[in-house]
Every structure is written in structure tokens, then in C-alpha cells.
Write a protein that binds this ligand. Sequence first.
Ligand code: APR
Length: 245
Amino acid sequence: MKKASELIASQKPWVVLTGAGISTESGIPDFRSKNTGLWEQYDPMWVLSTDALVKRPEVFYGTGLRILMRFENARPNPAHEVLAEWEKRGLVEAVITQNIDSLHQKAGSQKVLEIHGHLRSAHCMHCGNKYPMQEIQSKVQKREIPPRCSCGGQIRPDVVLFGDLLPPDFEKAQVLAHRFPMIVIGSSLTVSPANLLPRYARKLIIINLESTPYDYRADIVLHGKAGETLTALDAEIKKLTSLTQ
Ligand code: APR
């Protein structure tokens, strides 16, 4: 913990890559943890795929999207809050997140690259017209599946599905990963291409409950809960900076 706090303070600013593990303390289950991971119960490659979206919309809107929307009222936890504060103090350059829950923004982070999209808005697949997410929800509640735009096209959320290309944020994330040292928080680092990003980083810290395939490349690995670990690191860094002032 002490070594990590010294490294974070001396090599700032950092780019932070987050995964579902940072939001489990906000009550959102992650994907791959044993027993609690969402994907123990559903096959994401199907219910959240472009194939289901187009060919079996009742599966996508009825099951896939409903699972994701269950967590729309989740609140940020101390891990999100520490990262937002670190951005203000110049320790964090940007957060790259695989999460679609908007919890970094809710905690106050300004620079957030959402490489798997988000659930705040939707668009028509035919004319591109933008819609608030509530529009899809109210149409689906009225059994309008798939929900339709006034042009007749299908409306889908601005979230990245299996089978989609990644959004422009991913290219920006690659640039940042080359330029800054990286802290990974709460990701199994098993999903490509997001898990390629840590390869580029000149310094790497991983904070995760379980081991990841990148632990061997990391300068420091901290196995623990994201909220507790970041709160403890923050306290250490504050001690260090008060000593040097
Ligand atoms: N603190 C730290 N780590 C945690 C915590 C916690 N409180 N809770 C869970 N974890 C760890 C788990 O041990 C696991 O290794 O977070 C990791 C979460 O891994 P995944 O469930 O695989 O989530 P993620 O890496 O974000 O998945 C990537 O896969 O299905 C797709 O698009 C989906 O964005 C997602 C992508």
C-alpha cells in the first residue's frame, strides 16, 4: 500500500481503467465473479448481442436491456468518489471505463471515456435521431418491441453490444494508455480489446479482488475491495503530500 501510494504520487497523472468490479460496492453485480456474476445467469453473447437486437428483439429488449436497466438508480461508492477527487488534485488524467452505469460522472469525474458506451441515451438505427433512454423504456413498457422512431427505424441504446464496433472513445483511450501510467480497478481483464490497453502503459498498478492475466506485468498488484483500497491509498497519499509540503 505504501509503495503504491508513493508510486501514484511520484508518477502522476495516471489514467485509470475501470471494470464492473468498481461498481459491485454500489450494488451492481459484475459479470464473471463466481455465483454473483451476471453471466452465471444469462448468456451475454446472446441477450446483449446485435444478433438478438435485430433478429430477436424481444430477447434483447425483454431480457438483455431489462437486466442492464435494473441498476439505473445505483449511487457511486467511495472508489468512484476517490477517483473524482484525484482528478481534481491532478493525480488522475482521465478514467477509461468499460462500465455503462455512469457512476464515474455521478461521482464528479469530468474526463471519462466510455469504451462500452452508456445507458443515458439511444438512437434510431435508420435516421440516427437521438432519444433519451426513457423513450425506449416507455415504448417497451407499452409492448412496442422493437421501439420505433417516427421514421419507422428501430431505436437502440447507445451501449456497445456483442457484435458492435467500439466507439471513438476507444481510440482516445489507446492514445492515453500510451502516454500515461495506468491503474486498473475491478476488471478481470479478460475482454478484448479493452484488456489490450494495460499492455501499452509504462507503469501499471492493478487493484482487483482476484488475480488477472496481467498481474505478472504489473509493478504493483493490490488484491482487495476497490472502495477500501482506494480510500486507504488516498489517506497514504495525503500523509505523503503533507510531509513534503
Ligand atoms: N473490488 C475490486 N475488485 C472487484 C470487486 C470489488 N469490490 N468486486 C468484484 N471485483 C473484481 C472481480 O474479482 C473480477 O475479477 O472485478 C472483476 C470484474 O470482472 P468482470 O466481471 O469480468 O468485469 P469486466 O472486466 O468489467 O468485464 C469486461 O465484459 O461482458 C463484458 O461488456 C462487459 O464491460 C464488460 C466486459
